[in-house]
Write a protein that binds this ligand. Structure first.
Ligand code: PLP
Length: 404
């Protein structure tokens, strides 16, 4: 199946996940023993003669169709995801749109979880809709009722768990099994968990999507996405990437592969620190609710515990009875947490979440939603920063420093 690969590093396939993360995806033997893959900057690839050029069996033919650097990253991801093939695209958003374009068909029906990443919704509502697909959003808490939404012409199902910003869990295996009964292709945005904490293809998903921008990159300095497919979907996915010309550059692939070598260690810190901050927030008077599936009182906790092997550093909380002004006061008072989009890097970040584009999965009542990305700083400094910022929210309508 991997017709465009220089080499398949199957050497590590029988080792445990962490070993694969540390070692898979380069072939020192191919490059004079240098342990990391070379960064190939290329458009043209030369052929030795006309016969070879005509036959089309040379491994590399043009840089839009892969280079040894993009292949090193694809191979590593295949070994982590258990996929038949992985394409690398320029952004995490392209990792959502390219597979959707690969399987979109006018007149078909597409189901999307309502807590999907915002820009994925915009793409579905505009471009996919214009192509003639019917888009329907479903409640992340739908449970067994999901089966009732499937139609004969449902050809795509896009899920994300936990949900973007509101962190609802889904029974992925049940959704995949029901969807396959009508022949739909099931795609999952797995960015939050990374392949270390959840492997969608093991739960029946056909296509696993990652914003490599986040934990795999890990240093807030690049954009990249990956799409890993099972045998059923691989050829159509690869063909679509070729048709669209949406390919990645070697420098970014190299940096993601390097980031991945330390991803397990970084995630261990993100996980522990985020849980500590989440539990601390859960005990504060000014906090109405914490949305984090690894917390025992979270509605998604049972599914998370059953299916996931860990949690990452991104979660949200509801600032009790807060006005927009008070949210602004809190965010501006933070010293260590920075204000900024994206996550998965070493810096702690905070954003005010707007769920007004949702049809069903709105933020919980009782206040305003704030999302935190817990970085690699000392956890005690982060808690102190939040504590002092909560104290700075001015006392209006019963919320203020005297209630802390
Ligand atoms: C950030 C993100 C993306 C998009 O990644 P970019 O590289 O920023 O385009 C897609 N899905 C999820 C869940 C994300 O958090």
């Amino acid at each position: 199946m991997k017709d465009q690969k220089l080499t398949t590093q199957d050497k590590f396939i029988n080792y445990r996940l962490d070993t694969r993360l540390a070692r898979a995806g380069n072939s020192p033997g191919q490059f004079h023993g240098f342990i990391n893959p070379p960064v190939v900057h290329a458009s043209t690839v030369l052929f030795p003669d006309y016969e070879t050029m005509k036959s089309r069996d040379q491994k590399y033919t043009y840089a839009t169709r892969g280079t040894p650097t993009t292949d090193a990253l694809s191979d590593a991801l295949d070994q982590l995801e258990g996929s038949a093939g992985t394409i690398i695209v320029p952004t995490g958003l392209a990792a959502v749109t390219v597979p959707m374009l690969a399987f979109a068909k006018a007149g078909d029906h597409c189901l999307i979880v309502d807590s999907i990443y915002g820009p994925s919704r915009t793409f579905a509502n505009s471009l996919l809709h214009r192509m003639g697909m019917e888009i329907e959003y479903f409640d992340p808490h739908i449970g067994a009722g999901f089966g009732d939404l499937l139609r004969e012409n449902t050809s795509m199902v896009l899920i994300e768990a936990p949900g973007s910003n509101t962190f609802e869990m889904l029974d992925v295996s049940a959704i995949a099994e029901a969807s396959h009964q009508v022949g739909a292709v099931v795609m999952m945005d797995n960015t939050w968990a990374t392949p270390l904490f959840f492997k969608p293809l093991d739960h029946g998903v056909d296509i696993s999507i990652h914003a490599l921008t986040k934990y795999p990159g890990g240093h807030c300095d690049l954009l990249l996405g990956s799409v890993s497919a099972n045998e059923r979907c691989w050829n159509q996915l690869l063909d679509t990437q070729y048709q669209l010309g949406v390919c990645a550059q070697g420098d970014d692939c190299f940096r993601v592969l390097r980031g991945m070598r330390t991803m397990k260690l970084r995630l261990q810190h993100h996980e522990k620190s985020a849980l500590h901050v989440a539990e601390w927030l859960d005990g504060q008077n000014q906090v109405a609710r914490v949305l984090h599936p690894a917390l025992k009182n979270d509605p998604g906790h049972e599914i998370w515990k059953r299916d996931f092997s860990g949690s990452s550093g991104l979660f949200a909380f509801v600032l009790k009875d807060a006005s927009e002004t008070q949210v602004g006061e809190f965010l501006d008072a933070l010293q260590l947490f920075e204000l900024g989009y994206s996550w998965g890097g070493y810096t702690s970040l905070a954003v005010a979440v707007d769920t007004s584009d949702r049809t069903i999965a709105k933020a919980p009542q009782g206040g305003r939603l704030i999302r935190l990305q817990i970085g690699l700083e000392d956890t005690a400094d982060l808690v102190e920063d939040i504590e002092q910022a909560l104290r700075k929210i001015r006392q209006v309508e019963g919320l203020g420093a005297d209630e802390v």
